[in-house]
Design a protein around this ligand. Structure first.
Ligand SMILES: Nc1ncnc2c1ncn2[C@@H]1O[C@H](COP(=O)(O)OP(=O)(O)OP(=O)(O)O)[C@@H](O)[C@H]1O
Length: 593
């Protein structure tokens, strides 16, 4: 379990705020983690967070502390989320995107978003040779409780769905276009964004040797301004927008309150689209950092206080980050083997217990050294009796070997099953048969001082112990058998994947009817993938059904070919690629250029 990290960023005074030069700022620096806040009644309180970035902090420092560890985790298949919270004009967009997404040449002012993109490619360059990567980016905004695809203006009411494989996801979100983020002007900030903006990087990593796959996601969320409606002076449409924004932010607050309340009350994730999308980031399996943006001006003292209180509360949320990995063939085979072995062990124990139960109920006697000889026709051999009479409990494998012999002799097992019990000598048997046996002994000695004849209730107790153990074992066996089935399916899927031929690099020769013809110039190298079981080859970036294969490469070459060209294009054209999130469009253009 790890707590949600909460950082605070205090921006410099704006020109307008600076005009009130005589006013003392409401925040006084203490150190990197705490500061003193003075409220409108001049009362002071100390706030402490994971990290405080003051007016003089630089974008690179914020990225290094807040985002880089999250990107690193995502490369290891642990989902991460960064949320920027604060009133309008407090510096959320400046921190997340930078002052000018149209011009990313100024590397020092770049915000978290372009740095995350760059960092992903840096990690890829340094990654293991056997790793193949697929990076995706989606961008949506939540405006008036509707999810709009920022890359496809026609999709303006996307739905949030959930399934076992993907967790929570936005169904049908696409990767094209991007210029329609809703912007409205309020008195607070001439370019205030009235929507919540969510950027999602998905990093999918496949091991080219065993096809095991792991996926990490990074959510970057630039929340709409958290100011109170009456302070914005909003009217008409802007007023209903402001109310809607407040509604989803108060839903966010309610989720945080529920997650941090001691009574463990219901968490109302479904009360807004925002909280639904962020479900796994808040109290879920993601590593999450909340970045509270504030103005230092005493003009905004009440908004800043409410932001700081929000941050303090969120700090108590505990998440449980997990690795999202699909297991590779080798790992699956080992697991399956272990699970089958466990199944065999359990089956053996069920058989033993059944026999003991039968013996106890039918012979009306307990199987202990003291009464073995008194039971006429008792199937237990002297060897077993000797074992059970030792002070030190016998090793389970010895008991099993003896029982196996007896079972065969008694016709409970055919001789063909002589090896039915696997080697039990490892000692990792779940049921502790010796201690069960000593339980029975203790019961017997406690009741009648170890005499041969046992009272009926003692026999009943023994039977109950055996029956309970049997039930537990049967349950365990069912569970392991089910897991076993799951593993077999996973292994099957993995084997299937291994059979899919690896891609080749070829030269795209558009033929008539190819829809990609207009986009791809003849002779431009493209990645193509042979269609399984046939000779056709599908161009992955276009829809051309025929590609002339000039050169076959192994998957490592493919990886380098693909990522070198993509990464260099991305790096070279960083400004256009990330220009107000034109990342995906640019990916698509890669083949047109
Ligand atoms: N750390 C900073 N250094 C310099 N200028 C900053 C900083 N933070 C914010 N600003 C400036 O303050 C103004 C408001 O910032 P920004 O647009 O990022 O606010 P916001 O919280 O995103 O507002 P909104 O909720 O409307 O999106 C911008 O002009 C921005 O350039």
């Amino acid at each position: 379990m790890s707590n949600v990290a909460v950082c605070v960023r205090i921006r410099p005074l704006s020109e307008k705020e600076a005009q009130y030069g005589s006013m003392v700022p409401c925040i006084r620096r203490s150190d990197q983690e705490s500061f003193t806040f003075k409220d409108d009644k001049e009362e002071e309180s100390v706030f402490t967070f994971d990290r405080v970035f003051y007016e003089d902090s630089i974008q690179a420092d914020v990225f290094e502390f807040v985002a880089k560890p999250i990107v690193k985790d995502a490369m290891n298949a642990i989902n991460g989320t960064i949320l920027a919270y604060g009133q309008t004009g407090a510096g959320k967009t400046h921190t997340m995107e930078g002052p000018n997404m149209q011009n990313l040449d100024d590397s020092s002012s770049k915000g978290i978003l372009p740095r995350v993109a760059q960092c992903i490619f840096e990690f890829i360059q340094a990654a293991d040779e056997t790793s193949e990567f697929l990076i995706k980016l989606s961008m949506v905004e939540i405006y008036m409780e509707k999810i709009r695809d920022l890359l496809d203006a026609t999709k303006n009411n996307l739905q949030v769905k959930e399934n076992r494989a993907k967790g929570i996801f936005i169904a049908g979100v696409t990767e094209v276009g991007l210029a329609n983020r809703a912007v409205g002007a309020t008195q607070m900030n001439a370019e205030s964004s009235r929507s919540h903006c969510v950027f999602l990087f998905t990093i999918q990593q496949t091991n080219s040797e065993d096809r095991s796959m792991k996926t990490g996601k990074v959510y970057l969320v630039d929340l709409a301004g958290s100011e109170k409606v009456e302070r914005t002076g909003a009217e008409g449409k802007l007023l209903s927008e402001a109310k809607m924004i407040n509604k989803s932010l108060s839903a966010l607050g309610n989720v945080i309150n529920a997650l941090t309340s001691e009574t463990g009350s219901h968490v109302p994730y479904r009360d807004s689209k925002l909280t639904r999308i962020l479900q796994e980031s808040l109290g879920g399996n993601s590593r999450t950092t909340l970045l509270c943006c504030c103005s230092p001006s005493s003009l905004h003292v009440s908004e800043t206080l409410s932001t700081l209180r929000f941050g303090s509360r969120a700090k108590q949320i505990r998440n449980k980050p997990k690795v999202n990995a699909e297991r590779g063939r080798h790992e699956l085979e080992q697991l399956l083997q272990k699970s089958e072995y466990e199944c065999e062990q359990l089956r053996g124990q069920v058989l033993i217990l059944n026999a003991r139960l039968q013996s106890v109920t039918e012979g009306n006697k307990i199987l202990t050294p003291s009464n073995i000889s008194a039971t006429p026709g008792n199937p237990l051999e002297p060897r077993l009796r000797a074992m059970l009479s030792k002070k030190v409990p016998p090793r389970l494998d010895e008991v099993i070997a003896a029982l196996q012999e007896i079972f065969i002799k008694e016709g409970l097992l055919g001789t063909g099953n002589a090896n039915y019990f696997p080697e039990f000598s490892t000692g990792d048997i779940i049921l502790d048969l010796p201690s069960l046996n000593s339980d029975i002994l203790t019961t017997e000695k406690g009741v009648n001082g170890g005499k041969q004849e046992l009272p009926d209730d003692n026999i009943i107790r023994t039977i109950v112990i055996l029956q309970n153990s049997l039930e537990d074992l049967t349950e365990q066996l069912d569970k392991v058998t089910r897991e076993n089935e799951g593993l077999k399916m996973e292994l099957g899927a993995c084997m299937h994947l291994l059979k899919v031929p690896s891609p080749h690099v070829g030269i795209h020769k558009p033929i008539s009817g190819c829809k990609a013809e207009g986009k791809c110039s003849v002779g431009k190298p493209l990645i193509v993938r042979p269609v399984r079981g046939g000779n056709d080859r599908i161009c992955e970036l276009g829809s051309c059904q025929e590609v002339q294969i000039l050169d076959k490469c192994d998957s490592t070459q493919i990886k380098w070919y693909w990522w070198r060209s993509l990464a260099s294009k991305l790096m070279q054209n960083a400004s256009s690629l990330l220009k107000r999130y034109g990342f995906y469009t640019s990916l698509q253009r890669c083949c047109a250029r």
